[in-house]
Design a protein around this ligand. Sequence first.
Ligand SMILES: Cc1cc2nc3c(=O)[nH]c(=O)nc-3n(C[C@H](O)[C@H](O)[C@H](O)COP(=O)(O)O)c2cc1C
Length: 413
Amino acid sequence: MEEHDRPAQFGGTPKRRYYTGGNLERTHGIADLRARAHRLMPRFVLEYLEGGAEDEATLKRERAAYGEWRFVPRQLVDVSHRSIAAPVLGRAAPMPLAISPTGLNGLFMRGGDTALAQGAARFGVPFTQGTMSNDRMEDVARVPGLRHWWQLYIFGGDEIWQELVRRAESCGVEALLVTTNAQIYGDREWEARVQVNGKPTPGAAFDAARHWRWATTTLDRGMPEFANVIDFVPKERRRFFDSATWIREQMRKSLSWDDIARIRDRWKGRLILKGLLHPDDIRRALDAGVDGIALGTHGGRQEDWSVVALDVLEEARGIVGDRMALLMSGGIRRGTDMLKALALGADAVLTGRATLYGLCAGGADGVHRALELLHDEALDGMGQIGVKSLDALDRSVLAHASSNLRQRRVTSS
Ligand SMILES: Cc1cc2nc3c(=O)[nH]c(=O)nc-3n(C[C@H](O)[C@H](O)[C@H](O)COP(=O)(O)O)c2cc1C
């Protein structure tokens, strides 16, 4: 049971259940898509999807941070015409959101990257394909109407990123997101507990076989492969789990601002640094010639006990002003989460798990439904707080819960 359900329940009544059926129109929130994903996916896939690093303290903070901000709604504002449309990296979009890169989408369903791209393109928002994706970049690029972004991991020699950048250019990729916070792989212990020697434990494999619907839509042609980088992996290490481990071992631990300068030199399109949190790094990014930054913790999967994007957004906005785009990722599950991030200074948000729940629940249609739910909730949320357009959505619509409590304690003592 989720925390937020409890105030309206007494001793477990009325009994509440999320909708887990296949009729997407009956889903009322991302939580329904998530519940269906949990019904359909085997345990080792769910550990990959849901897990965070070590004690999952960063992962918990990702959601808790939103709980600290409350809206202070305005009344008697004509909100009959509202819009959440806003440009994303300078191009019009129905809402300021893009799908964040996630690796191994082929574990959720065969063609997972393409399905995410299709859902995003139908809705009109960008989709970021990851270096660790399973569908070929060139195939995803053919999705009609797609705003195709590419996430770059720097591993192995320079020839790897240079080749990926060359392909991205010829595919018409609009933006390159260089991930900066995953050179040392976060220790996702819960994911590791259902694996032995880099493969699912016998128990987890048995559990996977019992999920026949997942098995038939995912593994019918065998395990997915890292289609965009597999040629760089030594032949004897190309099996699915082994190739993932090999790539992880090759991540460039020396990644630095010099590498960013060389990538900036080589890539002429939009360049975003993904995974910054420290104010000094944000300042440094202003001098690196990049077009923007995406604050975030990699969904709580890297450094444990770290601050999260929402914690540093206001300060980050103060630093960047209007000199570059400010994106963020982490914990977006509601339209109101998006509103809070925008009010604190984000130009746009990135979604990881919310759209993946949609993918698991219903393929491209499920991804589209996840986007629609976030959009509609945000639009209603704006109406309820008396805001007509994103220009009017600023810090004044928010109060920080703990500072209010502190104030109350001071005045009552
Ligand atoms: C299953 C999974 C795989 C991910 N893989 C990548 C990746 O390959 N590259 C990357 O830059 N970020 C990756 N991320 C991080 C996401 O891009 C995003 O920052 C994060 O999921 C945002 O948090 P949210 O899931 O709460 O929305 C991954 C996240 C998840 C959940």
